[in-house]
Design a binder for this molecule. Structure first.
Ligand SMILES: [Zn+2]
Length: 175
């Protein structure tokens, strides 16, 4: 009985120590302030490869601070507008510099979110072609998100890290 109590005591102590370590790491790991270099590199390759197929894209969003994310979250909720995100600050891969959003740029320089158009006339939607190239580069597409909110412009590289892990200070390698 005495041994059992000692073991229990040590287990509780170890758990507390573990939680303190987690919290310490969370507090002492600064949030990123820009796009991760590997994501930035692949963004450039994506633009290049799409253009080789006759598709011009623009990156409409990349790194977003947690404050900017919170503001975006308010859109369509406490502020006017349509809902563009389902996550608050710290909950998006954009907040860790690991996501980009794209749109199509037409010859007249207008920017469109059109999943159907096939301007390079190869029988495939240009939008889906871009997603395909992006996936080959290692991006995950918001078009594949489970549930009702499909985020078609969104591309992210998670490096195997969940948002929870990122919140707790885990970071992908810089190269
Ligand atoms: Zn996005």
């Amino acid at each position: 009985m005495k041994i059992f109590k000692s073991i229990l005591f040590l287990a509780v102590l170890a758990s507390i120590f573990y939680l303190i370590t987690l919290e310490w790491k969370k507090r002492n790991t600064p949030l990123p302030t820009e796009l991760h270099p590997i994501v930035a590199e692949n963004r450039d390759i994506l633009i290049q490869k799409a253009s080789e197929k006759g598709i011009n894209i623009v990156i409409t969003d990349d790194f977003r601070s947690a404050a900017e994310q919170d503001r975006l979250y308010e859109q369509g909720r406490s502020r006017e507008g349509t809902i563009v995100t389902h996550v608050e600050g710290g909950e998006s891969y954009h907040n860790y510099g690991l996501a980009i959003d794209f749109a199509l740029k037409l010859d007249d320089d207008s920017v469109v979110w059109d999943l159907e158009r096939d301007d390079n006339q190869n029988g495939q939607s240009d939008w889906m072609e871009v997603i395909e190239i992006a996936k080959k580069l290692g991006f995950k597409s918001g078009a594949d998100f489970q549930g009702s909110f499909k985020d078609y412009p969104h591309l992210e590289m998670d490096f195997g890290l969940s948002i929870r892990e990122l919140r707790y200070g885990e970071r992908p390698p810089k190269q």
